[in-house]
Design a protein around this ligand. Structure first.
Ligand SMILES: Cc1cc2nc3c(=O)[nH]c(=O)nc-3n(C[C@H](O)[C@H](O)[C@H](O)COP(=O)(O)OP(=O)(O)OC[C@H]3O[C@@H](n4cnc5c(N)ncnc54)[C@H](O)[C@@H]3O)c2cc1C
Length: 626
């Protein structure tokens, strides 16, 4: 059930992990040794199907993006540095060539990227601009007589920073730069620029610096790059969305510069999906460790009992771990659905604009919510293992340190949630000026209804929302799934609608868009979160509907109940403020969290065993004391 459509690939990677001493976690290695080991592991992975899955068939690959993402998720359990190293090589470097390049780039580079013969980098971020990529300042100026580009770093703020594979191994960098032809700026484009020769020496006029020791992921060699008037041939431009003729004439199939930029970035959506999946893998591993430990570790004796109490029999221990486990299940099914959609839509390159936008929004939202969930869950698991959780050999501190940055790279979570909110507002942007409030409320409600209607079972729920009628608590079972769906959909609708109303008011009388959006930023972030949480619940519910085994189905239903009750408990203030939960019902939510924790306690071990984490990756604290 959890392994999903690409179960055989998960099993293949698990078998490789079992069979390869090199694919074992190692802790406390000095940075140089860690980097060398991760590179060796990455080379080993490059000889397996996991690498081939990501690449097109013409170049020796298998063109199976869903399979590739599933393989990466499983490899993440070994060492997150390894995941990031291959993510940079295949997903970012290989991905940008495949997505933004044309045939000559594919023929020349893809096979070498896949086999790791050509270690590459994805050099987008600069010291001065990370989230705001459109404002980067590296330039690529075309010089017609020589048919070359000159790549230049104007100052230290424009140096490339934090770039994976730069400090030690990378030889070719995909450099994001402002393209200039005929004296005109054409916006951000990507060019392939050699940074080291075959013997590993920096290329002329390229300066390379090591970022040094980091807060985690020390098996990855992040570094900085400066280009001093570096010359590259005309073919170096990845020219799928913008090309330059020998005489310097610029053409693009997308006239609008901002649209072109977002189309280019949109094709790289798989990176975000991969980071979300790896974050969830880390949370699963941490939960497997903490729950297995909590199932045997004893502390304090209850009066009149012979034995000391097992940690997981304490209510508070259950409350710390089991709701986090339930939400991990919810996010797992949402992630699985996203991987399937991405695969079926041709890896983020859907010809259907609306589908492509939907994928980008879902990937951004899920990446933010999943990686935040992972960092919180891992910390909880560390605490739940007491002192043993703090020893490096037991993996939790490394998982915590390595996943920390997942909330920032591949798009900072806060910035991503703003993208999600803007995506939600875009649907009625055109009507914005002319709509009165009632029409706008109706419009937003229709959007939510449209999404909810996809699930036939929720038809009556859709009707409630269309009528904008809050549902009375009377006669409604707190554990009714349609009621859960209703509450989350109502919250999404209400928050979006209120944000839209505020924006409209602020922008009336020629208010400027920046100030208006800034004034409602918190509101927009809440709308995005509400949207993602509603979508996550839909995917969890759909997965349960698909389940054919009655026992598993019933267990998953309880897990889903706990996920929802814990979310309502966390947000009960909001629901009470907005008249959706009475004080009595809010208290009932708390009682239900306690009850469900007790009910799921006997199944906790099975629920983490179901993640299928190879035993060789589990730490020492789970082995019996001799
Ligand atoms: C280990 C590591 C590996 C990396 N690998 C690569 C790589 O291989 N290639 C690459 O190109 N880059 C890489 N990066 C860079 C990474 O993608 C950036 O750090 C990230 O995009 C954030 O940019 P920034 O650091 O400039 O932060 P900033 O954009 O300056 O953000 C700082 C803070 O400001 C907040 N903020 C920013 N804008 C807004 C706004 N509009 N509203 C509200 N809040 C806002 C953010 O939420 C954040 O909390 C890596 C970074 C690290 C640390």
């Amino acid at each position: 059930m959890l392994d999903g459509r690409w179960a055989s690939i998960r099993d293949e990677v698990r078998a490789q992990i079992d069979a390869s001493p090199l694919l074992r976690p190692a802790h406390g290695l000095p940075v140089d040794e860690h980097r060398a080991r991760v590179m060796e592991q990455a080379r080993m992975v490059s000889q397996t199907r996991s690498a081939r899955l990501f690449f097109p068939r013409e170049y020796g690959g298998e063109a199976d993006i869903g399979g590739a993402l599933t393989a990466f998720e499983t490899i993440a359990l070994v060492d997150l540095s390894l995941l990031v190293k291959i993510g940079v090589q295949y997903g970012l470097f290989g991905g940008v060539i495949r997505r933004l390049g044309t045939r000559r780039h594919h023929e020349r580079y893809l096979r070498a990227a896949m086999t790791m013969e050509l270690p590459g980098c994805f050099a987008m971020t600069e010291t001065g601009h990370g989230s705001d990529v459109q404002s980067i300042r590296t330039t690529a100026t075309y010089v017609p007589p020589r048919q070359e580009y000159v790549i230049h770093t104007p100052d230290d703020e424009a140096r490339k920073d934090y770039i994976g594979n730069v400090a030690r191994d990378g030889r070719l960098a995909a450099v994001f730069a402002q393209l200039i032809t005929g004296g005109e700026r054409r916006g951000v484009h990507v060019l392939l620029v050699p940074i080291r020769d075959e013997r590993g020496r920096p290329c002329p006029n390229v300066r390379i610096e090591d970022c040094g020791h980091k807060g985690g992921l020390n098996g990855v060699d992040n570094g900085r790059l400066w280009f001093n008037q570096v010359r590259v041939p005309r073919e170096a431009l990845l020219d799928r969305f913008g090309s330059v003729a020998p005489d310097g004439t610029y053409t693009s199939p997308i006239a609008n510069e901002t649209r072109r930029f977002f189309t280019m970035l949109g094709t790289l959506v798989s990176g975000r999906v991969s980071v979300a999946g790896a974050g969830l893998s880390a949370a699963k591993l941490a939960l497997a460790i903490a729950i297995r430990y909590g199932s045997t570790r004893r502390q304090f004796r209850a009066p009149g009992r012979d034995e000391e109490v097992i940690l997981l029999d304490y209510l508070q221990h259950q409350r710390r771990l089991l709701p986090a486990l339930a939400t991990t299940y919810a996010l797992h099914f949402a992630q699985q659905a996203l991987v399937v959609s991405l695969h079926d839509a041709g890896d983020g390159d859907s010809p259907d604009d609306e589908e492509q936008r939907r994928l980008e929004t879902q990937a951004a939202g899920l990446k933010a919510i999943s990686t935040w969930h992972s960092t919180q869950t891992i910390q909880t698991c560390r605490e739940a293992c007491g002192g043993a959780g703090y020893l490096s050999i037991n993996r939790l501190t490394e998982l915590r340190a390595d996943t920390d940055i997942f909330t920032t790279f591949e798009g900072d979570n806060t910035v991503l949630l703003q993208l999600v909110a803007k995506g939600l507002l875009t649907n009625f942007r055109d009507e914005f000026g002319s709509m009165d409030t009632v029409a706008m409320v109706r419009y937003v409600a229709d959007q939510v209804v449209g999404a909810v209607l996809e699930r036939t079972a929720a038809r009556s729920l859709a009707q409630w929302i269309a009528d904008a009628m809050p549902r009375s608590e009377e006669g409604t079972n707190l554990l009714d799934r349609e009621y859960h769906a209703y509450l989350l959909a109502w919250r999404e609708k209400h928050v979006l609608e209120a944000a839209a109303r505020r924006l409209r008011k602020l922008m009336a009388n020629d208010g400027d868009a920046f100030s208006a959006f800034n004034a409602v930023q918190d509101h927009l972030l809440l709308a995005a979160r509400a949207h993602v949480e509603r979508v996550v619940l839909e995917h969890f519910t759909a997965a349960i509907d698909r389940c054919e085994d009655a026992g598993v189905k019933s267990l998953l239903n309880s897990v889903c109940d706990l996920h929802v009750m814990a979310s309502l408990e966390r947000d009960r203030g909001w629901f009470m403020e907005h008249g959706q939960l009475s004080a009595a019902r809010a208290k009932a939510v708390i009682t239900n969290v306690n009850r469900l924790c007790g009910e799921l306690r006997p199944h906790a071990q099975s629920l983490v065993d179901a993640f299928g984490i190879p035993d060789v990756l589990l730490p020492e604290l789970l082995r019996p004391v001799s």
